[in-house]
Unconditional design. Sequence first.
Length: 331
Amino acid sequence: MRSTRLPWDPPENALAAVARAAAAAGALIDLTASNPTEVGLTYPAAGIAAALARAPISRYEPAPLGLPSARAAVAADYARAGVAVDSEQIVLTASSSESYGFLFKLCCNPGDAVLVPEPSYPLFEYLARLEGVVPLGYRLAFDGVWHVDFAGLDETLAEARRTGLRPRALVVVNPNNPTGSFLKREELARLSAVCDRLEMAIISDEVFAPYPFGPDPTRVPLVAANETICIAQLRGAGVRILATTVRDAQPANLADMTDPVALLIGNEGNGVAEDLIAKSDAKITIPCPGPVESLNAAMAATVLLYEVARQRAAASGGTKDRQTNGRGARR
Ligand SMILES: Cc1ncc(COP(=O)(O)O)c(C=O)c1O
């Protein structure tokens, strides 16, 4: 008796047949081989053996989420990329395949669906089916550059509705295998809006993120570093998002900032991006006399943080300056 999660005797595909014939003729160079001990590399075996001999491996001290020191190293790596993540929130697994198993179990019940890009990593079909989850492809299209085909995504979602499948997560591979393409910031904003609406998680596979060819400001280097995702996470944690603008906004001293708030401060030239303003809960401004066009970002942050501290001190009775505090002046 075998489960029916996967077909057990899939027919040999054309590539496998060519590879088998080439191997038999001794003419196969397998570039997918990933066992470093079997591809003719020299490595410091004695040094590795000596390091293992020194390591405290004779004691059994299981750390199911990963060694704390290794998790701290991953958090430090994220910090270098500008992402503040607590090492307590990091879970280490033996491989990304195992991570997919955990994440699909976390997000989906058996019979639910996950959206996976096409073309992409061919193992999604197996990884999802082994968890009793249905993989639904959403198209990537090429017209000089690879991009998400949003019309194709709508079709996939419509098909899921027709067939009664409930997609619980959307996978992005950033950069993608085999196209090598990064997700664009604008694409992630649109995908995260779809995921918000349909209550789907975004799972981002970034195993190739450290290998960009060069800088490109339009792309998402790491999904966790993207403002759209940070805003969703902050809002989920009960934080109000206040975007700073030069005009058409409530003066900061009249906006209540006594509860948890996140302040979005743009650069001097362009201010906060329009899509982020649209995602924020309110706009605030620093009242300035005369035709001021912009304020130095660090200066704006200083003034606003002073105002936040002033309001909080007043709210907790720490100062006599109560008549102008934010709570009293709430509109
Ligand atoms: C998109 C993607 N994710 C993950 C992996 C690696 O998976 P694992 O860590 O399970 O070997 C690969 C390997 O090619 C990949 O292309």
